[in-house]
Design a protein around this ligand. Structure first.
Ligand SMILES: [Fe+2]
Ligand SMILES: [Fe+2]
Length: 328
């Protein structure tokens, strides 16, 4: 990623930072869920106990587990049962995704940025990151889905709080700028930086906030470049396979430095492996079809509920307006 510090507008960065500070906090249950992932002694029952403390989340996980996509003949009535039949990681990733959708349920509509396709890209990147981590960096398999799901979350924040600027970034690409050049020119910072501010505010593990910050430059000095390189490669696979849309008009070009990171850790991944990795990813995505479909159903439901909530608050607003009008 190229940065041009001379074009940075400090006032804009400050405004963005202040908006991040105003963002909702991550629900406690999700923060604890991420902590559990870090702990090798985590058991299925501790995850079930944790989810059970959040009744709304429990209800939604059970609804998804019982959705037609999974097609179980027997009703799944407890989180423990859901973990037994769906697996620990599926239930954990489902809970995390539903909670993240909830935080951003009031995202503004934007004709140039299709949020449904954006979340398709994000979920696909979570699945690809998890697949690659499982094969090449197994120590971080648990974190990989979260890194992939959240890697571009800075764009949702831009769309929500700086929609005019975000539209200008998307438009600038049509005149030949790369996404990064457009970001530098319009806002003087990057979705990667904004995403990492959010991760810090949410107290996510450092490995996750670093992967958000450097997912387009995993060769940046620091630790665990190989894990971040996996998120970079997962993002590339999503673009090559055409899963969803990230707001970027052209896929990011594979960089030689990416393969150097893998070579330095004796990981057998080279540019020539891209066709094989795409095939493996398509198979992995097929295996995750029920998970992906049920998540989209869960997300749409969140959107519908927020629409209702929005309508209700609109009504409330109208009523208070009336009340206000009646005041002497
Ligand atoms: Fe990105
Ligand atoms: Fe992306």
């Amino acid at each position: 990623m190229t940065t041009h510090p001379q074009s940075v507008d400090p006032d804009r960065i400050k405004r963005i930072t202040e908006s991040i500070i105003g963002l909702p906090t991550l629900p406690t249950v999700v923060a604890k869920m991420i902590e559990l992932v870090d702990n090798p002694r985590t058991s299925a029952s501790s995850l079930a106990r944790l989810i059970a403390t959040d009744q709304a989340l429990t209800a939604r996980i059970l609804k998804l587990a019982n959705s037609a996509y999974y097609g179980f003949s027997r009703e799944i009535s407890t989180v423990n049962m859901a973990i037994v039949v769906l697996g620990f990681n599926t239930v954990k990733d489902m809970g995390l995704s539903l909670s993240v959708f909830d935080v951003f349920k009031l995202s503004k509509r934007n004709e140039s940025f299709d949020l449904t396709r954006f979340w398709e890209h994000s979920i696909a990147c979570g699945i690809a990151s998890r697949m690659l981590a499982r094969s090449y960096r197994s120590r971080f398999t648990g974190e990989a889905f979260v890194s992939g799901l959240l890697h571009d979350i800075g764009k949702v924040i831009l769309n929500q709080y700086f929609q005019g600027e975000f539209l200008a970034i998307i438009e600038a690409q049509k005149k030949g700028a790369t996404f990064e050049e457009a970001e530098t020119g319009v806002i003087g910072t990057h979705h990667t930086q904004i995403g990492s501010w959010l991760a810090e505010k949410w107290n996510l593990p450092r490995i996750i906030s670093r992967s958000l910050l450097h997912h387009h430059e995993p060769w940046a000095p620091g630790k665990e470049n190989c894990y971040i390189a996996i998120v970079n490669l997962a993002d590339l696979l999503c673009h090559l396979c055409g899963f969803g849309h990230s707001g970027r008009l052209l896929p990011p070009a594979p960089d030689e430095r990416l393969w150097e990171i893998f070579r330095s850790e004796s990981i057998p991944l080279e540019e020539a492996d891209l066709p094989r990795l795409q095939t493996e990813f398509l198979l992995e995505f097929d295996k995750s079809e029920a998970f992906v479909s049920s998540l989209h159903e869960g997300r749409q439901e969140t959107g519908d509920r927020s629409q209702e909530t929005g309508d209700r608050s609109q009504e409330t607003g109208d009523r208070s307006q009336e009340t206000g009008d009646r005041r002497p």
